[in-house]
Design a protein around this ligand. Sequence first.
Ligand SMILES: Cc1ncc(COP(=O)(O)O)c(C=O)c1O
Length: 460
Amino acid sequence: MLGRPSNKVDLEYIEKHPRSMDLYNRARKIFARGVTHDSRYFEPMPIYCVKAKGSRKWDVDGNEYIDYWMGHGALIFGHAHPVIVRAAIGQIRKGTHYGASHELEIEWGEKVARLIPCARGGLVEFTNSGTEATLMAIRIARAYTGKRRVIKFMSHFHGWLDYTIIDYNPDYSSTLVSEYPIGIPPEICRNTIALPPNDIEAVEKTIERGDVACVILEPGGALMGLIPTKRDFLEDLRRVTRDNDVILIFDEVVTGFRDAPGGAQEHYNIIPDMATLGKILAGGYPGGAVAGGREYMSLLEFREGGETRRVSHRGTFNANPVSAAAGNACLGLILEGKAHPTVNRRGEMLRRGLNEAIEDNRVEGLAWSTTPSIINVGFKISREDLEVSDIESYIRFQKKISESRRITHYLEKALINRGIHPMGPRFILSTAHTRRDIEVTIERFDEAVRELKSEGILGT
Ligand SMILES: Cc1ncc(COP(=O)(O)O)c(C=O)c1O
């Protein structure tokens, strides 16, 4: 739905983006919601970009941005890193699909197994996206255990597949979403149990009821650390799943190669049975993977007894040479060991600077992170609100965050007007962000907060 300009922020946004508006009007005639990913939906229209390099990108109206979407988190080395570009273009010239095996896929898999702790001595399976990786990991877990039910946590995102897109749980239906989503058969919904984040008792009770194949979660917390996962909870979860022969899957599509070279499992030193990977894995090109212990992953092997005795997997573009070349180049850079100290320092600098700006402006708000290079921002939110550990605190947080989103929508717009493009209420960093970029971002954030105050959007 198109909004009417009601304040300075909206007016400036519309004035600065006439060509984006033209493109959006065209796009709405061909795409149901005008965009090609739910997260890119933005009122009154999204910006349309033409070029990106390093920490910057440019839109069709000639505006330049310091970019904090960073390819939805895929671009830890920034846009068009020369080493990755060279690898991808070199491969494109040599062919994009051989319809045959190639050495690059082996090198790529070997690098994953070197970096990701749960894959050491284990196996890797490439897919085309994080969504496909989740699909595969759950299938393997069900095949291995012979059980059906999947435990996930409320607000944790694992892609758009039927099994994990659901947050409905009949136990909490009086207080939360009370219907199954359309398009997903109820029998599928019934096999996914969404529990409040950090609630180990709820996990234990659900496992006691039986038929649980696996627990899957974003180890750093729901939606890129918006609802932080507690370290104690991760430790308890590892113990409870191990004691009950339930497979623990870390969804490391975001945290993999980002929280640390070996992902959140290295960062927290808690090793799951399997991990799903994507984003950084393929250096900014499409790709995903499941990595994990040989006992689970070997179910993909061909074996006697036919296709029903194994987990089958196809996919035209699995480990395609271009993604493999880019992924190899990217993981090669990660293995050099210089990326994480840099990107984590930048994250820390940004988080501190945003919190100082919030404080200086005397508004109630917070910048926080579990992944050091992904900073979340919320208003009318306190540190205590982030302590979600049961259904009551989860519902409280949901109410707070929906109020905050009303404000951060305008913050995002006010920042876009100033040449900063956050990913909604969050900032995703790369090694390409310089100290100067961060200083400029903090200055513009400070101006944007002041503008929201003067426009009456953000109270003190
Ligand atoms: C934690 C997590 N898992 C899975 C996915 C799905 O990955 P993809 O978009 O590659 O399908 C995402 C996407 O943002 C994600 O954030």
